[in-house]
Design a binder for this molecule. Structure first.
Ligand SMILES: Nc1ncnc2c1ncn2[C@@H]1O[C@H](COP(=O)(O)OP(=O)(O)O[C@H]2O[C@H](CO)[C@@H](O)[C@H](O)[C@H]2O)[C@@H](O)[C@H]1O
Length: 697
């Protein structure tokens, strides 16, 4: 089927807008009475185009439009999609406006279009879709900037040309689009709420995901904000926030018995609004959750603040002149952000705010739920009648003394109850958390919400983790030329002070030193493993008992074992590139990122068959059909010392004796697609489903 193609030039838009602008208010009053004229609708279309032009990824909704009180625009069903037309608009962009800028007033209306402004650059944009409300009226466009055009083109399919008039008309290189039907999709205003986001703050995989999934969604045309605390830990850490600016916007939040004042900082980077909540409780040495003395005692307070501030941000922060507005999608990550869906339902919707917003809870790790004594409920700034949503009673065996009633508040439980959809970071884990073994007490509740529970396997940042361009490693290499890998190994052995032995299998481990990561199993297996001709390097920080064990083991096996205690990103890249094998004996693993990084670097994962590890590592089979080996690593189950040692020995034997099989394993892993594109598409589907159902209330 062919598509209409409408080409607009900025001059044409300007001319039309000038002539229509004065009549626009009149036209809008027509829209109040549901009888917009064709002419007024054209005006609206143009205004929308210009809005989109001003901030190419702006997602238009009732709340982002200047006339957002119009009854016309508040009809239920917004945003409703759109059949439609794929259009090309050739517009100018304000390239100097890196922060989204502010709309400058001019006689053209609230937008300035000055041809002679030196910072103007030409930019084409693809209008993907038209948004039509329940009455069939056009209420918006979705537009993808030219920089993303080819990606969209691949996705979208065909556009044919009907209108090729106009001097600014340019043919885009889209010959292969001629035959297929264009696909359209809605773009949303998405607000990520998270306790950490790389590169600003990171203790683990949550930061990796919240540092790259938002960018992947922005690339696909959504307007995306990530909101997290502005941690001030010390001078070197604070460098990470050097690009952010104070928005000079302070708001007051009611929780913990008094009014709390928070500020906001902001950076617009890679198409995403990175927003940081500022409060003195985020300014202290340590990491986001604690310091050398353990977890901070006021974490409930700190993350309650984050959630309250996150709910206000889309309403009060005008990026590019426009707030995200009420009609947005909150993507709340783990317990730290779990109060957001509860606040939407309990605090805002009863007052008519966020009626059309939705929330999705993303569970990265169900072992951490934000549980505090029941008495703290009154601090959370929630109405008393919502206590049940967070109420949690520990089983008898988990109570500390005879008079302990086990009553508590559980943030994660609150989100599981009130979120519109729930996502976990792999399919396998979405099933595991509905079992008594994997649900950490929440399995029954999660089972009851199975119909809104999905698993989406994480992608990785393939720019940061790319062996052909990685700046942290001694020598770059790729699937076509693996020769650099052994140089990385030699360099790592030298740096660690291990005997330089390129032929000796080098096993690595990277991760938080936590029960989850299977450190106990490694501790049990080390005396046996150290009998073999292998070297072993561990990088991690966390439980001081495990840290001390690593130091002691290094002293005991000076020629074979190195334990690097600490959190060090360059070393993690060097280990990923320099090792032959990456060991991940996790007791449970919602997704796991290190095995993905390892495979991309031709380092073979040996993993416990659980959660995301089971989903992402295919067990090696040298005798697969027609003599073609398959698999990308070794998986073992059950989680026993013997099982793990057997898998490691299969791996080292293959490394030593079957070089071509080893190379096959490396290449299969390196060739896999690890980008976020696939996951982002699946998130879009879940978002669409969230908006299809009515919101929780
Ligand atoms: N000492 C150290 N020095 C430098 N870097 C270090 C480090 N220790 C860990 N890292 C880095 O932190 C990240 C850890 O990722 P994981 O997926 O293993 O994490 P985690 O269990 O924290 O995350 C949870 O969330 C993620 C994301 O959804 C899930 O993949 C995972 O299963 C779930 O437990 C990796 O980027 C790793 O390189």
């Amino acid at each position: 089927m062919s598509r209409n193609r409408i080409l607009c030039s900025v001059s044409r838009v300007r001319k039309m807008l000038r002539s229509f602008w004065s009549s626009l208010s009149l036209s809008l009053s027509h829209t109040h009475t549901h009888t917009p004229s064709k002419r007024s609708m054209e005006s609206l279309e143009l205004v929308h185009l210009l809005l989109l032009h001003h901030h190419p990824r702006i997602s238009l909704s009732a709340a982002t439009l200047p006339y957002n009180n119009s009854r016309f625009l508040r009809q239920p069903g917004l945003p409703s999609l759109l059949k439609t037309a794929t259009k090309y608009a050739k517009l100018r962009s304000f390239s100097g406006d890196t922060k989204g800028g502010g709309a400058a007033a001019s006689q053209d209306g609230p937008f300035a279009f000055e041809d002679d402004a030196p910072h103007h650059t030409e930019e084409r944009a693809l209008v993907l879709a038209r948004e039509i409300d329940d009455f069939g009226y056009l209420v918006g466009f979705r537009l993808i900037p030219d920089s993303e055009l080819m990606r969209v083109v691949q996705y979208a399919g065909t556009v044919s040309e009907e209108d090729s008039s106009g001097d600014e008309v340019e043919k885009l290189g889209i010959e292969n689009m001629e035959r297929e039907e264009a696909e359209t999709r809605v773009c949303y205003n998405i607000v990520f709420v998270t306790s950490e986001a790389a590169p600003y703050s990171k203790t683990g995989g949550l930061a990796d995901v919240c540092g790259s999934l938002p960018i992947a969604l922005a690339v696909r045309g959504h307007r995306v904000m990530v909101i997290s605390p502005r941690y001030v830990h010390g001078p070197s850490e604070d460098d990470k926030f050097s690009g952010v600016v104070d928005l000079d916007c302070c708001i007051k939040l009611c929780c913990f018995g008094v009014e709390q004042e928070v500020g906001f900082f902001h950076e617009y980077r890679e198409g995403v609004d990175w927003v940081f909540v500022d409060h003195p409780s985020f300014h202290r040495p340590g990491n986001p959750y604690g310091d050398k003395y353990g977890c901070f005692g006021d974490n409930q307070f700190r993350f309650t603040l984050l959630c309250h501030a996150a709910c206000e941000a889309p309403l009060v922060l005008p990026f590019g002149g426009f707030t995200y507005g009420e009609n947005c999608l909150f993507l709340v990550n783990d317990w730290h952000a779990s109060l957001v869906p509860v606040l939407l339902a309990a605090k805002y919707r009863p007052h008519g705010v966020y009626k059309d917003a939705r929330s999705i809870l993303v569970i990265h790790n169900i072992a951490h739920q934000g549980v505090e004594p029941a008495i703290t409920y009154s601090n959370l700034g929630l109405p008393p009648e919502w206590r049940g949503a967070l109420e949690w009673v520990f089983p008898t065996w988990a109570r500390t003394h005879a008079l302990d009633t086990g009553e508590a508040v559980n943030f994660l439980k609150g989100a599981i109850v009130t979120a519109d959809r729930i996502v976990t970071v792999s399919k396998g884990y979405s099933w595991e958390i509905t079992t008594s073994e994997g649900g950490y007490g929440l399995h029954e509740l999660l089972s009851s919400r199975k119909s809104i529970l999905n698993g989406i396997t994480n992608g990785i940042d393939v720019t940061e983790w790319d062996p052909s361009s990685d700046k942290h490693i001694a020598c770059n290499y790729s699937v076509d030329d693996l020769s650099g890998k052994v140089k990385c190994k030699i360099s790592l052995q030298k740096e660690l002070g291990l005997p330089v032995r390129p032929d000796c299998p080098l096993i690595g481990f990277i991760g938080r030193l936590d029960y989850q990561k299977g450190i106990d199993l490694i501790r049990m297996a080390i005396p046996d493993l150290m009998q073999d001709d292998v070297q072993f390097v561990m990088l991690g920080s966390g439980n001081p008992i495990y840290e001390d064990w690593m130091r002691a083991t290094e002293s005991a096996y000076k020629d074979k074992f190195r334990g690097w205690v600490g959190f060090n990103v360059p070393i993690s890249h060097k280990i990923t590139a320099g090792c032959d094998i990456l060991l991940m004996p996790s007791t449970f693993e919602p997704c796991g990122l290190n095995q993905l990084y390892a495979m991309r670097y031709g380092t073979i994962p040996v993993v416990h068959e659980t959660g995301g590890l089971r989903d992402t590592v295919q067990n090696f089979n040298p005798y697969a059909e027609e003599g073609n080996a398959e698999g990308t690593g070794w998986t073992f189950s059950p989680l026993t010392k013997e099982g793990m040692l057997a898998a490691l020995r299969y791996a080292t034997q293959t490394y030593n004796q079957y070089k071509s099989s080893w190379e096959g394993l490396m290449k299969r892993g390196m060739k896999r697609d690890y980008t976020w594109v696939n996951a982002a598409t699946q998130y879009e589907q879940i978002i669409e489903w969230a908006f299809t159902d009515p919101p929780y209330c």
